[in-house]
Design a protein around this ligand. Sequence first.
Ligand SMILES: NC(=O)c1ccc[n+]([C@@H]2O[C@H](COP(=O)([O-])OP(=O)(O)OC[C@H]3O[C@@H](n4cnc5c(N)ncnc54)[C@H](OP(=O)(O)O)[C@@H]3O)[C@@H](O)[C@H]2O)c1
Length: 291
Amino acid sequence: MSIAVTGATGRFGRHAVETLLRQGVPASQIIATGRDIEKIKDLADRGISVRRADFGDTDSLTAAFDGVHKLLLVSTTTPSERIGNHRRAIDAAQAAGVSHLVYTSTLHAESARMILAEAHRETERYVRASGIPFTIMRNGWYLENYTSQLPVYLQHGGIAGAAGQGRVNAASVADYAEAAAAVLATDGHVGAVYELGGDQAFTLAELAAKVSDATGQSIVYNDLSVDAYTLMLAGVGVPEVLAQVLADSDLGLARGELLAGTDDLRRLLGRPTTTPAEAIAVALAQQTEAS
Ligand SMILES: NC(=O)c1ccc[n+]([C@@H]2O[C@H](COP(=O)([O-])OP(=O)(O)OC[C@H]3O[C@@H](n4cnc5c(N)ncnc54)[C@H](OP(=O)(O)O)[C@@H]3O)[C@@H](O)[C@H]2O)c1
């Protein structure tokens, strides 16, 4: 039984591989793939098969998925390239005879109106049409989307957004990746569509209060119109298209599209999910270590 993970050079894929090892899957049964496999040389040193897979290059995908039984397809990063990338990977998985495909989607992909959901909705359709037995992991927001911005929050004494009083139940990238690894390493998940989010839902004003508590600095939430927030992001160097996507995602948050509404993540993990306070504490400790 071989299990392949794409995007192993990134956070999610790396966490998934590390979790499979911790769960006792032999290294000889794990295949870690990425574009630049120099980044994951250490995994090869630990007995994992490391293969180059570039989603823009069908031949590399075909070679990477040769002999694979279970495949974790981690969605690629550039939104405009996602559908083409994912179709090529699913075609290659089908040609390789993959018997279980696990795809990282987004919450409520069928109904969510946020721009980011479109490519996931289309990919889910393509997965179903492929006939490969599948599991869909509809991941919610990462806590790291916020904790990676802590220096900015502290510099400005505030969190900016366009999410109003909307609530999000984010969880850590490690939580989501651990759940994906559990699905790969255990039986009973074929055909399942999991809506995944953290145990604690919060508004961005509540997040600001948690950052204040953790740092002793007063941090407030500044709710902006979507246009003002887009301009603000572009003004600090975020590429225009990405600024639009991020601001649009806050509108989705306000509509409740980033609330999982299930305890799927907690159940798959068999433990509570990482809390916002824990994630903030980890990020602050990492910053202190780095400085
Ligand atoms: N739910 C959320 O809140 C949230 C937040 C952030 C990101 N995401 C998305 O979730 C997914 C995984 O997140 P992450 O944290 O692991 O992101 P990440 O650390 O940026 O890793 C992305 C991975 O995808 C790989 N990749 C991108 N384009 C590729 C291509 N054309 N061919 C092969 N590999 C490609 C990257 O390879 P290289 O190392 O070669 O670049 C990397 O391994 C990404 O789609 C990301 O955009 C979701």
